[in-house]
Design a binder for this molecule. Sequence first.
Ligand SMILES: NC(=O)CC[C@H](N)C(=O)O
Length: 424
Amino acid sequence: MRSPIPEYMLEVLDDCRNTDGGTVADYIPELARANPERLAVAIATPEGALYSAGDDEVEFSIQSISKPFAYALALHDNGLEAVLAKIGVEPSGDAFNEISLEDETGRPRNPMINAGAIATHSLIHGGNWEERAERFRRRVSILADRELQFDEAVFESEMETAHRNLAIGYMLRTVGILENDPIDIVRGYIRQCSLTVTTRDLATMAATLANGGVQPQTGRRVFDDLTVRQVLSVMMTCGMYDAAGDWVTTVGIPAKSGVAGGVIGVLPGQVGIAAFSPRLDEHGNSTRGVKVFERLSTDMGMHLMEVPPVAQAVLRGVSDRDGVAVFRLQGSIRFSGAEALLRAIVAHELNDDGVVLDLSRVSGVSDVARRMILEAVRRLVLHDGKRVMLVDPDAMLSEPDAGEGVRPDVHPHLDDAIAALRAQ
Ligand SMILES: NC(=O)CC[C@H](N)C(=O)O
């Protein structure tokens, strides 16, 4: 069978090609030369699959899409507290190149606007602009699983017209957010923005964020969970600048755009998506890129605020097997799933003195769910005098210790657990 996904993606591109409006960025002379008709989309999964269509191998500069990755690297290099001391996390509602700082703290409002991104760049470890940019290039190349290069022409070109970013740099130096030469830091930031990527690279990088910081194809951990959570949070609230509210309501996933026409989106746990089309709207976001995302979000039900009820799906069934109450669970158990289990146990007439919790179809148990399940075991044993066994072939509740000496036996199969209970 041929996968229908590539055809679907071509269809999405064809639909979005008619969206007119917008112009290529021209404040960086080299970007003004881009072909405005280029259009591409790519989708990458945490399992390592990658689908793409259109001009998916055309290279362009990453521009502001570098910001979330530079922020991740700054967090990695300095820790959250040190980064928060210099850069806020409040959406500004301002344009990306606004010359502004928070009133009370004097920090740039967030790492997605230029002021915050220039401060972020200064926090990447390295002795000068070249070393910081190189450290960034190497790290992002691991995410893309390919050696990425800087576009020298784009870099030189932006440096020639960098007056506004230099103004931002000097402002940050005046208030002490930058501690070193602002020209050196702005130069490094602009070099970071000139890194060359394809739409496929961007989807792969986005998939690493969707996968909690582990590169899907190589299995290599690049950023830790909390770093990724922080990055995705600021992408969600600030990634699309002054269009952030519009984006969150219509598309509903963390995203970041760049003035060369790229856009990435991350649906945590599910996919990384990238689109590319150089024409920009008044916010500096790709006009057709935004359309592609709107279409994908609707078709694929990607909006993060649209989540199917998870609790019912976790409890597969409750039954009585020859005097043993069996609670069968499945899927990924988090708070609501564990709560559904507790409620089922409470409601069940536990006449039998044997209870089995069957986790053989469970794929994951969050911390809070683990604590809730073990507390149920403890109460069943100590308060209600029941004998409890677990069926947990994949050790989802590895080394279950319910406290006060209660350690339920674990069996690989339901039949074994029932037989063991009856033998007692
Ligand atoms: N929105 C963007 O992509 C802006 C990046 C660009 N290098 C700038 O600083 O102006």
